[in-house]
Design a protein around this ligand. Sequence first.
Ligand code: NAD
Length: 497
Amino acid sequence: MASVMDIYVDGEFRQSSTTETIAVTNPASQEILAVAPYATMEEVDRAVAAGKAAFEEWRSVPAPQRARLMMLYQAKLKENQDDIAKILCQELGKTFADAQGEVWRGIEVAEQACNISSDMLGATSENVARGIDTYSLIQPLGVCVGITPFNFPAMIPLWMFPLAIACGNTFILKPSEQDPMTPNKLTELFYECGFPKNVLQLVHGGKEQVDALITHQDTKAISFVGSVGVGQHVYRLGTQNLKRVQSMTGAKNHMVVMPDANKAQVINALVGASLGAAGQRCMAISVAVFVGEAKGWIPDLKDALAAVKPGAWDDDEAAYGPQISVAARDRILGCIDKGKEEGAKCLLDGSNCSVEGLPDGNWVGPTLFSEVTPEMSIYKDEIFGPVLAASNVESLDEALELINSNPFGNGVSIFTSSGGAARRFQSEIQVGQVGINIPIPVPLPFFSFTGWKNSFYGDHHAYGKEAVRFYTQTKTITARWFERDANVDANMTIALK
Ligand code: NAD
């Protein structure tokens, strides 16, 4: 019998007093790995109260000292990178190499948080009027909340709490209930570095816990990553409750293939970017837009996709793993059926996929549709599986029009050998992250993760300088000091003239 996982609330890892739980399963086998509790409302309140009390102390710890603790955490994460990756593989099914890559990308954000002393510098202007100086202080907000999705259980929590905490906030993480073991490990390692109690707390649960954290009068800022419907709900509920909210949501990412691109690179990029992580990436390419003669490459693309095999995380031959749940797999199979019904040409059908020795896994094989048009649901909906839709257009103009009409704006890519085409594309495309001969253009942590349109609600994006702005507020001070023997009245009159 798998044990019920701890939450970290009010100074310690503890068992929740809830009776409501959810099984955490290995998606390759359905083996129950652990049981996650849905924290009670009393525990949520207790976490917020503890976070609020801890904030008063933590905000006054000097920024270089907060940064030094973060350096220890960065080193601790590095030391434990493979252990974290193994936990992640078991509960999410990613291949080991993919999981190692994910953990590394999270470590890079923790690394950036070590730079907090200079990232929180204010500005000074001497003598804005005679004898008067103005300067700004960058100060933390209080208790911040992170709500994270299943598909990056290490990287996305690490997008949030290291930076929020380095800024001097305290943080409550509510990770996905589908793979909560990785966040528990991240929290354990955090407290091995000597951070004060309650600077980071971990509450498991679902909608009820999320809504309680958002509406609680003492939480100040909400970072959310997840699907578009939930992200809109979180943004609305947060802003109605006068919270600062950043909501990173769903996607439909296109890759434009110009006829002057390198064919081998195009096919290689499309295979990796559509099937990697079983298509469960918010930056996965789900639509390939072939311009003009480039459509002649579709048969070779099909062969390359067909050669890719899913499998267990520790199978060296496997290119990607299972879908996170039976429900996710069934939803994807439903999307494939609908694509066929709506008249798209299914060149490769991964519906009946099986993996030897793992008959109960949530497998979906590589799937390719061609002749996909914008009215079809496989074009409109985020499928979040190893399914690639191919569309044909006659010109770069048409490609721009197609993509700019799409409501999502997370990532996009163009493959071409023309600098002119690439330059025009980067300027006119209405998408926040653009790759040029790069299929998945995720910016490193000294930039920010800048999705647009329905892929993002809020003002400041995740990580980088934008996140420092998100997790802090600016105080502007205008100061005048008098010399001991100066004639105060006379000086004031002069200064205010
Ligand atoms: P999800 O929206 O189902 O869940 C995300 C979080 O919200 C989880 O912690 C979950 O417990 C909570 N939640 C679920 N339903 C809720 C509700 N009704 N009210 C309040 N909270 C609720 O997302 P998911 O399936 O875990 O993750 C996949 C989605 O995340 C995809 O749409 C993907 O595009 C998106 N995503 C976006 C980015 C980005 O940066 N834009 C990154 C990764 C994933």
